[in-house]
Design a protein. Sequence first.
Length: 45
Amino acid sequence: MITRYQKRISGPLMDRIDLHVEVPRVAFEKLTSRQRGETSAIIQA
């Protein structure tokens, strides 16, 4: 349904539309820990 409306909006106007997404705060300790994260292969599975 969204695609149908996007086709009706001109390209120059679409270029001026911004997307705002709220993301949760990440604790400093979690960012600076030496713990290894998940590999890309695990995330893709």
